[in-house]
Design a protein around this ligand. Sequence first.
Ligand SMILES: Nc1nc2c(c(=O)[nH]1)N[C@H]1C(S)=C(S)[C@@H](COP(=O)(O)OP(=O)(O)OC[C@H]3O[C@@H](n4cnc5c(N)ncnc54)[C@H](O)[C@@H]3O)O[C@H]1N2
Ligand code: MOO
Length: 745
Amino acid sequence: MSAEISGASVRSTAEAPRTAAVVLAGGRSSRLGGVDKATLEFGAGAAPAAADAAAADAVGGTRGSAPTTLLAHVLAQLAERGIAAEDTVVVGPESLAAHVPAGVGVVREDPPFAGPAAGIATGIRTLAAAPRPSDITAPATAGAASESGTHTGAPALVLLLACDMPQLGVAVDVLVEAATAADPTSAEDPDAAPNPVAWTACTPDAERGGTQIQHLLSLARFPVLAERCRADDFVNAPAKALLKGLPVAYVDVPEESGADVDTWQAAESFGLHASHPRWHEAMHLAHAAARPLAPQSVALAEAVGLLCAEDVVAVRPVPHYDSSAMDGFAVSGPPPWVLDARPGDTVEAAGAEAKPVATADGSTPSPTTTPLPAHAAGAPLLPGRARPVLTGGAIPEGASGVVRSEYAEVRETEASGAEVRPNAACPDSEFEPGRHVRKAGRETQPGDVVVPRGVVITPAHVAYAAVNGFDELPVIPRPRVGLLFTGDEVITEGVPAAGQVRDAFGPVLPSIVEHLGGEVVLTLRIPDSRELTEDAFDRFAEAGVDVLFTTGGTGHSAADHVRRVAESRATATVFPEIDVRPGHPTTLGRMPGGPTDASSTESGAGPRSMLHVGLPGNPLAAMVAVRLVGVPVLRALRGLPAEAPRTVRLAADLAPWKVDKVVPARRVREASGRVDGHSPNAQHAEGARSTARDGGTSAAGEAWEPCGATGSNMLRGLSEAEGYLVFPKVGARADDPVPFLELPW
Ligand SMILES: Nc1nc2c(c(=O)[nH]1)N[C@H]1C(S)=C(S)[C@@H](COP(=O)(O)OP(=O)(O)OC[C@H]3O[C@@H](n4cnc5c(N)ncnc54)[C@H](O)[C@@H]3O)O[C@H]1N2
Ligand code: MOO
């Protein structure tokens, strides 16, 4: 699903007072895993509507099939409404300068990440301080000031905006219209009737009802805000602080004009994707792209190795009745005891017992019934009586304990038939109350968790669930995986001739997938052919796989069909490549397909789709791609959280390189390349830490070094490796921590 990006009903601000804009584009973007929102790109199938694309082009963006960034798209909407480039300031990292048209300023609040109000204040001060030469020629579409052909003095109004609202143009029109209708002079005239100083958009709040105030979709009188921002830096203040205490008019705008890109789902609905994510961003994106599979109930015997979908809760005690720990006699009171049944006599069954049944949806288990076993307790035991019991047998009501058979003797008497007495070896402890009685519930009480949600089910879990009376367990099923191997030159057995390669993936990908909790349901092998590639994608879609891994064909040559076919079918591109070596051409996209069975659709998430992971042909590149993309996709499908890679220490210095590198590596005992007196380079260490989430650092005294033979087309290094290191492009020094990724097997 790809929302239309509206470019309709553009209204120029020509009649409006001169308007400037401050666009916030420097947030932490934590819900997008830190991926920079401003540089998200529109995919080929989701290019902004024509009017906006033309405007993007006019301000230096791109159109047609070339990608447009979210920031370029937002700036284009402003330019289209007559807001001049030199009246526009983007607040964000310096690197955004490459993404804005000439004339647009890029500034950073100080300190960075000081919050939205501090960002806007920085932008306002920048606009207020800008030199205003009288000979700047404004674009033909510019507003009131441009009609005279020049910009002089300060703007009258300023838009306060976030860059993550792809359709904000319509809201801008509504705000400008509201401001134009107001008396522009009264704000500066203390004697005038109260008049808005600012206009803030409100959107309908479909979820909670009522309306939502969009503080970062506001328009304000520039002189008033400039004065405020001179007096206050608003560090760590919320956006609403900027206009606090001022007369603000709240203006209803269409809901979609305030829709923001706050999650990957939202990004996908606008057709936006990360263009060249770094390794850790790609891992995050891959995890976010896959939706957890719906839980199912499976028989106990099939549950081992699957993820438990819900807490399985005991509905009865274990043991569920007081039982004997010994073969012997249940007795009531002090000896001797009259025997009230003979060993081997059957006892009368006292009824039927409830049996718990696990449910996948977490609803109350439905009790079924089962007849009592032969070990049943029978009628209550009267004082002075004894009755034979077996180990595990039920203790009759009224029994004070059990005397084990070794310590008891049965004598026939005339008066009472048979009598049980302790023999000479019987210790006194045998008469303690509760002796040899396993009390009900000693192991498990109703309400105890038998198998916790989120664990990988082990044989011990299954055995314990069985003694709790469960026949099925709620699990996340194994993701259904398809494998497509491509390449004319690939042979599957024997020694390859020149120009041929022996298939490195066929013999191993199925077991890697299985190791990661997936199940390969369809494997196809095809030569390099567009038609056969199309057919193969159809077959995987029909087979209902959750994820399709292809090998090779991710390049742009005439023989590389996978990328083209995938691009032509994608309902969303998650990323077209990764900024890493090897594994650079790895693609991730969403395709039509996925399981057709309604039970395997995630509740409330609409029809499932098939994810496609395009693994490059070069063997190590493909293995790295499996690690960076395959692992998070399969984890997410199984409902497992994203990984937090730990860091390990480098054994030797590492030179900077053009891009991050994932390298097969092994442990060596000590940091060997350490220079005397050298303390770890703080900047490099920080670089490494900022890309790895906090998963801990390797043990002291342990250091890691890259294996040899780790070219993109090589496998020797990986065969000798104990894990992957990620070498940051800025380089590193011996003993610096660098991110570490476990091998997926
Ligand atoms: N002009 C350019 N050429 C290449 C670039 C580039 O940017 N410009 N990138 C290189 C990089 S990096 C990689 S990685 C590969 C990606 O290639 P493809 O995904 O298109 O894969 P193929 O071209 O089909 O194969 C590449 C290589 O791998 C061998 N291969 C393929 N399948 C197997 C297999 N099952 N087992 C073992 N080896 C396999 C294939 O024979 C090729 O040697 O492109 C670079 N080129
Ligand atoms: O990026 Mo390529 O994946 O170095 O082999």
